[in-house]
Write a protein that binds this ligand. Structure first.
Ligand code: ITT
Length: 201
């Protein structure tokens, strides 16, 4: 079996598209966006878990594009000192229109006296196939909340997510280096493997 030659990515976040495009190009898979298909889909993320929300997004778009394999990403930053917050609410933490510079500064303030700065990015990729079946893959990257923001690349919380073995924040990495180690890179590569190995159609 082989992976589908085209995937529809059920996201409204252009930065996620940038992350995945680099990987689909090298895997020889065409990545179609909602805009490519003229679709508008903004489902309510009421699932409460990364898996449930990723499936909600993938199924909502699959209902509009039933002949395609649809993938969706639900992801977030989980900070130990904040009991896992912002977690599944990462996109809406402090309000979805609040600039990340403000959100990141607030997280640094909240952690000002924290001894434990451990955090992880979590990503679940859900896929829904034309035959109606679905599956998910999950991956994380472990790190630390930095003492100050650094770097201009990436998006969201990348400037405050420090990767100890590289001595850099994710925002200081190239696209290729981010994808090699990131929650999204690992979860998506795993999904491509599952698709190649399985009888999903
Ligand atoms: P879609 O639901 O349309 O895909 P979204 O951005 O709303 O887009 P999520 O609900 O999955 O997606 O929220 C993910 C949030 O987690 C994202 O908006 C960022 O705040 C954060 N996040 C996830 N991955 C990230 C990454 O690689 N770098 C920085 N922040 C990330």
């Amino acid at each position: 079996m082989s992976a589908p030659s085209a995937l529809v990515f059920a996201t409204n976040n252009p930065s996620k598209i940038t992350d995945l495009s680099a990987m689909t190009q090298s895997a020889g898979v065409e990545l179609l966006t909602l805009a490519d298909l003229g679709l508008v889909c903004i489902p309510e993320e009421t699932g409460g878990t990364f898996e449930a929300n990723a499936l909600i997004k993938a199924r909502a778009v699959a209902a509009l594009a039933p002949n395609y394999t649809v993938v969706a990403d639900d992801s977030g930053l989980c900070i130990d000192a904040l009991d896992g917050a912002p977690g599944v609410d990462s996109a809406i933490f402090m309000g979805e229109d609040t600039p990340y510079s403000v959100r990141n500064a607030e997280i640094l303030r909240m952690l000002a006296s924290a001894e434990n700065r451990a955090a992880r990015f979590v990503c679940v990729i859900a896929a829904v196939f034309p035959d109606g079946r679905d599956c998910t893959t999950r991956a994380t990257i472990e790190g630390q909340i930095a003492l100050a923001p650094a770097g201009e690349n990436g998006f969201g919380y990348d400037p405050i997510f420090f990767v100890p073995h590289l001595g850099k924040t994710i925002a200081e990495l190239t696209q290729e280096d981010k994808n090699a180690i990131s929650h999204r890179g690992k979860a998506f590569r795993e999904m491509l493997k599952v698709m190649k190995a399985s009888e999903f159609k």
